[in-house]
Design a protein around this ligand. Structure first.
Ligand code: PAF
Length: 281
């Protein structure tokens, strides 16, 4: 695996692939890799001749300095995992490479970024769109792979790519779960054993919601099913249950007539976890 830290190096690597007629799939990460990330690498590999990964803990998407400081990081471990996965090239830049001194340019999907999780984490999706736009422009892949678990992030990136005419395809990859159903996340490593066991209520509540929807429940009744189940777990502090139209993330109500997305977030101790599910009528 080629490892590089400058824009010129990764561009020359990708240009080499292109000259050889090879297609390139990109997986952007903030490191602390888990099976969810490796699933994205495998999805990229299935579709492309070459897989490029990035590891960059993006400071502009963290509201709280403490959250950034606590973000787990182990480059040696991540590099071994990527090598084992057969990733062709890794871009591992420092902050000044992505945000050169004097930098002042931001990218924001002004509607999508500022609703739902964007309300609780102001500036978060602006930071995500800004860094992802830069990484796309630097790496110039044919397609980029993102987990559906970060549903709002995926929709923000899709919108940004559409609005700014980036010449690449965005592929959403279904959430990878532990055997008990907990969505994989780097944050899970910060849960205490008791909170880890309790966190399973997130997926359970989504499974119940799916069943209620299949039985013909209204949006309001589906919301009640989720809230009641999460509140039955004393270690969980429910933060949000959002039931929205899948693409626009606009609130919906009444009977299900088109595809919806349910996005939930809850705290376990000091760790905020999110989960998501798309449901068709
Ligand atoms: O999902 C993530 O890991 C990050 O938000 C991303 C897309 C790599 C941007 O920093």
């Amino acid at each position: 695996m080629k490892i590089c830290a400058t824009v010129a190096e990764i561009r020359s690597i990708v240009a080499g692939y292109r000259q050889a007629g090879e297609s390139v799939g990109l997986v952007t990460t903030m490191g602390a890799l888990h099976d969810g990330h490796l699933t994205l690498m495998r999805a990229a590999r299935a579709d492309h001749d070459r897989v490029v990964a990035t590891i960059f803990v993006n400071p502009t998407q963290f509201g709280e300095v403490a959250d950034l400081a606590h973000y787990p990081s182990d480059d040696d471990r991540d590099i071994s995992l990527l090598k084992a996965e057969g990733v062709d090239a890794l871009f591992l830049p420092e902050v000044h490479v992505i945000y050169p001194p004097g930098d002042e340019t931001i990218v924001e999907t002004t509607e999508l970024a500022n609703k739902l999780h964007g309300k609780v984490r102001p500036g978060h999706f602006r930071g995500v769109a800004t860094v992802v736009a830069r990484l796309f422009n630097i790496c110039q892949p044919d397609a980029a792979y993102f987990g559906e678990k970060d549903y709002q992030q995926l929709q923000v990136i899709r919108k940004m790519v559409r609005d700014l005419h980036f010449p690449l395809k965005i592929v959403g990859v279904p959430t990878v779960r532990e055997t008990d159903g907990l969505a994989m996340s780097s944050r899970n490593a910060r849960l205490t054993p008791k909170d880890r066991a309790a966190a399973v209520v997130l997926n359970q509540s989504l499974v119940r919601a799916q069943k209620a929807a299949s039985d013909g429940a209204t949006v309001e009744a589906i919301g009640d099913v989720i809230r009641e189940h999460i509140k039955s777990e004393p270690r969980a502090t429910l933060r949000a249950v959002d039931i929205v139209a899948a693409e626009t993330l606009e609130p919906v109500s009444g009977s299900l007539t088109s595809k919806i997305a349910i996005m939930i977030s809850a705290e376990f101790g000091s760790v905020l976890l999110i989960d998501q599910r798309e449901i068709s009528p």
